[in-house]
Design a protein around this ligand. Sequence first.
Ligand SMILES: [Zn+2]
Length: 474
Amino acid sequence: MKVAIYTRVSTIEQAEEGYSISEQQDKLKKYCDIKDWKVARVYTDPGFSGSNTNRPSLQQLISDCKNNMFDAVLVYKLDRLSRSQKDTLYLIEDVFNKNGVGFISLSENFDTSTAFGKAMIGILSVFAQLEREQITERMTLGRVGRAKAGKAMSWANCPFGYIIQKEIYEIDPFRAEIVKRIYRDYLSGVSITKITQKLNEEGHVGKNVNWSYRTVRQILGNIVYAGYIKYKNEIYPGLHKPIVSLSDYKKVQVELEKRRITQAQLFNPRPFRAKYMLSGLMRCGYCNSVLQIYTTQLKSGVQLHNYKCPSSSPKSSSRYKRHDFDCGFTRVRKNDVESVVISEIKKLPLNMDKVINNKENKDNAKEIKAIKVELQQVEKKQDKIVDLYLLDNINVDELNKKNDELSKQKENLQKRLNSLTDNKKKEKIEDFIKNAKEAKNIDKLDYEKQKVIVRNLISGIKVFNDKVEINWNI
Ligand SMILES: [Zn+2]
């Protein structure tokens, strides 16, 4: 029988364990002598790790194997052939077995020509499977390690203003200036909407597509620009140069929160300032002016309150007046219009479906769900190709190409999703339904409580001479 001897030792093993090539070869040659086997050739990979199959002599052995230059391969220990169960299994099954070549490992007494050896292949394949599963786990650990080492975390979306070079974010000077400008403008009081508008008016330089509110907002909130790496809510110092100072970054975060709160207050004005339930809520149905209250005192001392349109009387000099023609609005009694509104609120739970359907298209829900599933799949694919890259299964060009495709897909899906969902809207509807249910006894409550409920449920009322139209606050 003609036997190929294969030996390998990595640099570290050589230094640490004195696990030398010549020692392995001596033992294997003696073994062949005892068995009366002829050594066809000795293959040696000194200084190569066993974690992959990119070893010159191993590659030679594989190609010689296909040319029937020996009957069996002999190694000193299984891990000399490979440290990966997956690669071991591949070599034994797909290379050696396929070409009718046996495989013997001296230390483990492992011989594929024996029944025990064949059983071992089965066991190996179980390990190989396990190993494949553990790779994902190791990849995750690998990512934390990357973050801790301050390396670039995201192949998928390299932050605007940087390019990835040798795993580290490098500043792209032109785009970095745009990032700086966004921070500067925001800190000087310009709104995100205005910043976005301005960038697009200038032809969205530096980007292939228009800037969106979301991208500008993301840039303002990304700590990468201050020189840090964030991974799973942990922040690590990055190896890259910051584009903005940490203090500016912090100022922007404070400002973002401040403006968020002001914004919220703007949309939720405190209801307690108005003296009357409907003051400020009602507009003229003919000319859209805000109705004003007028109080007249009767001789008996009784006060009458009426709402009038400031534009209805050509002679009026009200500061609320919007134009000089008579819009035709006469007046409504405060008590009348208030009781109409109260009764509409009482009826609200019965009309709820109608009220909500007017605001929302039910068909959206299905599409939203489908898009979310699709988005998750695209993200999974992105993770997977990064893993493939880390495992040397694809090269960096393939990685980038695939990533660009997936990023494009993701962007389109996100766009569609944004146009369909508005989570705030959903929350608002839920709030509205809750408030409406709580309001069913509104006619039995005192005036101050009624005022609060009305302002929660109603965003505006159009008043005509003969009817009112309520805009519900959804
Ligand atoms: Zn009017």
